[in-house]
Design a binder for this molecule. Structure first.
Ligand code: ZN
Length: 274
């Protein structure tokens, strides 16, 4: 069933569980991503960066996800990840995405509130959900300590914008897969005490598996994993394509790569649905 992230996260909060959100890197992997969730009877968020959504086409991506989701036995949402421009949010909503993220984390608190309110207003017209971000989730060079999201600012932000979910900075880093991050559960606990809506973990690949349950119990109900999926697919592809002959079927070559990604997704789902 194709649904909104709002609905899915409401259920997850009630059940004290997490929902895995997985980044689509190419159209080819979409069916296997949904199948991975179906086999574990778990809801799933499929998400695309603005670049991926533009590469595939907002409406084509949404049409394919919807088509598979409508026949699936589990709930599926399609989410636009880290949009900075309202134009991209508009294109995603118009194309049929059921959820969008407006990332104003690089702006001042007031400007972040202002652009987020505009995104919420837009999404309302389409019945879609909105995730926003406040604080810093690292990207690029890994540094030891990022400033954490200020809990009081988080409360003001949520009250003024009416977003469905909030991504917060507790020390995680995008793209980190070779070493794990020391996140601050006490920072998360302080934010959770101020904010009632579901929180979102970004940079999930770099988070220690044993920390995920604590993140969920402290209000993180959407947990994003992107890099590790990509790594598992490419590692398998290097092996398969290295041994391939030019006349081998592309389909036969892609299947094991997709299956490698599926195993990674299922491992993460197992961790967040405990
Ligand atoms: Zn992110």
């Amino acid at each position: 069933m194709y649904t909104t992230m709002h609905h899915m996260l409401k259920m997850a909060k009630k059940e004290r569980k997490g929902v895995g959100a997985f980044n689509i890197h190419a159209l080819e992997v979409v069916p296997v991503m949904i199948r991975a969730a179906e086999e574990l009877n778990a809801p799933v968020v499929l998400q695309a960066s603005v670049s991926t959504a533009k590469y595939i086409g907002f409406d084509l991506l949404a049409a394919i996800v919807k088509n598979i989701a409508d026949k699936a036995s589990v709930e599926v949402a399609l989410h636009l990840d880290h949009a900075k421009e309202l134009k991209d949010i508009q294109d995603a909503l118009e194309g049929g995405f059921s959820s969008v993220m407006i990332d104003g984390s690089y702006l001042s608190l007031d400007d972040n509130i202002s652009i987020t309110c505009k995104a919420v207003e837009l999404a309302k017209r389409y019945g879609a959900s909105v995730e926003a971000e406040l604080g810093i989730v690292g990207r690029g060079k890994v540094i030891n300590k990022y400033p954490y999201t200020n809990p009081k600012d988080a409360k003001i932000f949520v009250d003024k914008t009416g977003v469905d979910a909030l991504a917060v900075g507790i020390g995680t880093h995008h793209g980190q897969y070779q070493a794990k991050t020391d996140i601050s559960l006490s920072a998360l606990s302080d934010i959770h005490a101020q904010v009632g809506i579901p929180l979102v973990l970004h940079g999930g690949t770099g988070v220690k598996e044993e920390d995920l349950a604590d993140c969920i119990s402290l209000g993180m109900h959407k947990l994003n994993f992107g890099t590790e999926l990509n790594v598992s697919w490419v590692r398998k592809a290097k092996e398969i394509f290295n041994d391939a002959m030019p006349d081998d079927s592309i389909r036969e070559l892609l299947i094991p790569c997709n299956e490698a990604m599926k195993r990674t997704i299922q491992n993460k789902i197992g961790l967040v649905r405990k």
